[in-house]
Design a binder for this molecule. Structure first.
Ligand code: FAD
Length: 65
């Protein structure tokens, strides 16, 4: 059993109400093979530095649209 998002894409973002919380979740059965790049992206998000690849598709607020 694994956690799915509605669009089956990851969530890699800062929590919308608590900017001191970074979310890496909803890997929809594909998280293991992306662990190293997800780790790098989460480190960039935590530090507020530019990510090596675009993370727009992984924003948490995409479900509000
Ligand atoms: C059957 C199955 C097959 C899969 N096959 C693949 C595959 O072929 N390829 C692939 O890329 N991915 C696969 N996945 C998905 C992959 O395993 C997940 O995407 C990945 O493990 C998610 O990593 P994670 O660190 O986010 O969460 P997890 O690996 O679930 O780690 C979360 C950790 O947090 C701990 N935890 C939970 N609550 C608390 C708490 N309150 N306090 C402290 N610790 C806590 C848990 O014990 C766990 O160790 C599969 C998953 C399953 C279930």
């Amino acid at each position: 059993m694994f956690t799915n998002t509605p669009d089956e894409e990851f969530i890699i973002d800062t929590h919308p109400d608590h900017e001191n919380i970074t979310v890496g979740a909803g890997f929809s059965g594909r998280g293991f093979k992306f662990a190293s790049v997800v780790g790098e992206l989460l480190a960039d998000v935590v530090q507020g530095t530019k990510t090596s690849v675009p993370t727009e598709a992984f924003r948490i607020d995409r479900f509000d649209r």
